[in-house]
Design a protein around this ligand. Structure first.
Ligand SMILES: CC(C)(COP(=O)(O)OP(=O)(O)OC[C@H]1O[C@@H](n2cnc3c(N)ncnc32)[C@H](O)[C@@H]1OP(=O)(O)O)[C@@H](O)C(=O)NCCC(=O)NCCS
Length: 232
């Protein structure tokens, strides 16, 4: 059985997603926006621990099906976080972490690229103008370094609908859009079924059957199915 969505038919357990890759190749001329009232930060989480990062990523990302950093090798993730060229900047509202941006300078020496790997707010902090300000702060900070030629960011159709128009207004342009079919992380067990309530759950994957027609239960040690990556 296949699921039919706006982007066509996909097999059981799968979801269609549209990924938009964007870049900003010119430094903005607008002055930096002031920090909104009641906001502290951004604060650089220096040598961000895996636990703190996963708290931010999981809490912010779960409603939007962010899953890549959940399912990737956690030793590898810790290695990325320990790299001083990957910066996690956290904003606080009323003393609580309210959002973060992850700036990745690792490509800067090679080709002048600064990647905004993630930008997101806690659900309770969405819709107050903090996203527009945090993006503006990020863009200004990124262009401060010498030899920056371009900033990149991407967003997908699972993300908040304000993201793409926000990036366009900030001066990013679409580089390309890819239609992908990915495993539904709520079917692979990477995310709970309550995640991403705005995205219809993929059709269940039928249990595997042997050539003799017997149902084969999953074996302990079966490798987890790996969704296709669409974020760095
Ligand atoms: C995307 C995100 C950062 C935007 O931040 P935000 O604080 O919610 O947005 P803001 O309140 O700053 O509003 C930004 C603009 O989006 C507009 N907007 C709000 N909801 C919108 C919607 N559903 N569709 C289109 N535009 C919308 C606002 O009107 C505002 O426009 P304006 O600047 O002209 O007034 C935030 O919603 C978020 O973190 N979402 C969850 C994680 C996510 O999707 N991150 C993006 C991953 S790439």
């Amino acid at each position: 059985m296949t699921t039919v969505g706006a982007m066509g038919e996909v097999p059981p357990g799968k979801l269609p997603v549209l990924v938009t890759y964007m870049e900003m190749a010119r430094r903005p001329e607008t002055p930096e926006r002031p920090v909104p009232d009641g906001v502290a930060g951004p604060v650089l989480a220096r040598r961000c621990t895996l636990a703190y990062y996963r708290f931010l990523y999981d809490t912010i990302g779960e409603p939007w099906l962010w899953e890549i950093r959940r399912r990737m090798d956690q030793t590898e993730l810790a290695r990325i976080l320990a790299d001083p060229e990957v910066e996690v900047h956290v904003i606080h509202v009323d003393g609580m972490p309210a959002g973060f941006v992850e700036l990745d300078w690792r490509l800067l020496p090679a080709d002048g690229t600064v990647a905004i790997n993630y930008l997101g707010l806690m659900t309770w902090a969405i819709g107050r103008g903090l996203g527009a300000w945090l993006l503006d702060w990020t863009v200004h900070r990124a262009w401060e370094r010498p030899r920056v030629r371009r900033l990149t960011i991407n967003t997908c159709s699972f993300d908040h609908p304000a993201a793409l128009p926000l990036y366009l207004r900030a001066g990013f342009r679409r580089l390309r859009q890819d239609r992908k079919v990915v495993d539904d992380p709520r079917r692979t067990g990477v995310l709970p079924q309550t995640a991403g309530p705005h995205i219809p759950l993929a059709a269940p994957v039928p249990a595997a059957t042997s050539p003799l027609g017997q149902t084969i239960p999953p074996q302990i040690g079966d490798p987890p199915r790996r969704p296709m990556a669409f974020r760095p």
